[in-house]
Ligand binder design. Structure first.
Ligand SMILES: [Zn+2]
Length: 200
């Protein structure tokens, strides 16, 4: 008897979402992996600066990664958007994509919120640093961001590239290696010193 393979009709089940996945402008956005790896690097740098204990170190890195994902809450197909679908839907409906959540205004409001609940400086730095890294990375893409929202102005950096390609992958790899190096710096330097003499 001939075996029948069941292929789920994902696109017909999630018609609207599929449209978002395949539309060409999706390629103009920084991938989630790049944002997360940059947040990881920011978190490790904060840990390296403040020298907290293990629990606070892990919390700091997690907060930096969370901050680096937060601006894409306006995108229902982003990593954070899929996790908080309802909130993501509301933000997207109210403000649209890459507007309010990618602006100085939103960053400032988050900073005020964190200050009002007396967030420790290390956590504050990691979270806001993660958010800032997200916005800066998106400014490297052709679409830019509405940094000065509610002003309808797309802000980009002079150098831009299409994401999902080699540059994106290279950035994500570099951030991940950078963060790993910051964590294991002493061990790596000791190991390297056995072979070569480093100036630091
Ligand atoms: Zn974004």
């Amino acid at each position: 008897m001939k075996k029948r393979t069941y292929v789920p009709k994902i696109c017909s089940l999630l018609k609207a979402d599929c449209g978002k996945i395949i539309k060409p402008e999706g390629r103009l956005e920084m991938t989630g992996k790049t944002h997360i790896s940059c947040g990881f690097l920011i978190g490790t740098l904060a840990v390296n600066y403040y020298h907290p204990d293990l629990f606070n170190s892990i919390t700091t890195v997690v907060l930096a990664v969370g901050g680096s994902m937060l601006p894409d809450i306006c995108h229902t197909q982003s990593k954070i958007g899929r996790r908080f679908k309802f909130l993501s839907f509301i933000v997207r409906t109210l403000f649209g994509h890459r507007t309010f959540t990618h602006s100085l205004l939103f960053t400032l409001l988050m900073a005020l919120l964190l200050t009002s609940i007396h967030t420790p400086e290390m956590y504050f730095t990691a979270f806001i640093g993660g958010m800032a890294s997200h916005i800066i990375l998106d400014m490297l893409t052709p679409r830019g961001v509405k940094l000065l929202y509610p002003l309808p102005l797309s802000v980009k950096l002079p150098i831009q590239f299409k994401t999902g390609g080699m540059v994106d992958l290279s950035l994500a790899t570099a951030f991940t290696f950078g963060g790993t190096y910051v964590i294991f710096r002493e061990v790596i330097n000791q190991w390297l010193n056995q072979f070569i003499t480093l100036p630091f």
